[in-house]
Design a binder for this molecule. Structure first.
Ligand SMILES: Cc1ncc(COP(=O)(O)O)c(C=O)c1O
Length: 214
């Protein structure tokens, strides 16, 4: 493919640090690949403990709790202090899997407080930032250790949005959102027995990604 330079260059807006009056609704600017913000008609500004505050001053008890990750509530003073001190002391903020003193302290503390008292002979893995990364790691480990490929999963379970996690997700809406048909040769909506028993892909419209999303 060849590309020709445009004959007329559109005037580019001048880049400046100043924030002018909004000309577009910021929500309209954001991709439609969103979930909770579609159903919760509030713009949140503050959070403390189990209470979320919106910009109109309304307070909400946060039963969502970061999808279960905020065990100590929002902005717990002790946790907040550690994070702020970390930044103020110019400590390592991004380390991939380099060894750092914080990593060492975490592993030592985890061993002393969690593993040893329970007699657990486990290794620690830091799979990545999200739940779906942990699911990916579990799938890879299971395949590698057992040498098998089939995974049992439950209808309507949710494991995250990476392809591996979606491959064991029985929720057709989530699968459809990523263009993954519900159908595999072993799990096919089509009543055609030949498709059910064969290893070939199913072309039935009942199993298309669009049908899965419906
Ligand atoms: C049970 C379960 N597993 C996995 C995930 C995926 O986690 P993440 O969005 O952090 O990748 C979620 C997220 O809601 C979840 O509820």
């Amino acid at each position: 493919m060849t590309m020709t330079a445009p004959t007329e260059t559109a005037a580019k807006p001048e880049l400046t640090d100043e924030v002018s009056a909004p000309t577009v609704d910021p929500i309209e600017l954001e991709s439609g690949v969103r979930s909770y913000s579609r159903g919760w008609p509030a713009v949140f500004t503050h959070a403390k403990g189990s209470v979320l505050t919106a910009e109109d001053g309304s307070e909400y008890i946060d039963f969502f709790a970061g999808a279960g990750t905020l065990n100590y509530g929002h902005n717990h003073p002790e946790l907040k202090k550690v994070v702020i001190d970390h930044y103020l002391e110019d400590r390592v903020v991004h380390g991939l899997d380099m060894f750092t003193d914080v990593r060492r302290t975490f592993l030592q503390t985890f061993d002393e407080k969690i593993l040893k008292p329970r007699g657990l002979d486990y290794k620690v893995a830091f799979p990545g930032p999200g739940g779906t990364n942990a699911v990916e790691a579990a799938l890879k480990l299971a395949r590698k250790v057992t040498g098998r490929e089939s995974v049992v999963s439950f209808t309507n379970g949710f494991h995250g949005m990476t392809l591996g996690a979606l491959s064991v997700t029985g929720n057709s809406m989530k699968r459809g959102g990523a263009g993954i048909p519900w159908c595999t040769p072993r799990r096919c909506r089509s009543t055609t027995t030949s498709v059910r028993s064969s290893r070939t892909s199913c072309t039935s419209s009942a199993c298309s990604p669009t049908a899965a999303a419906a």
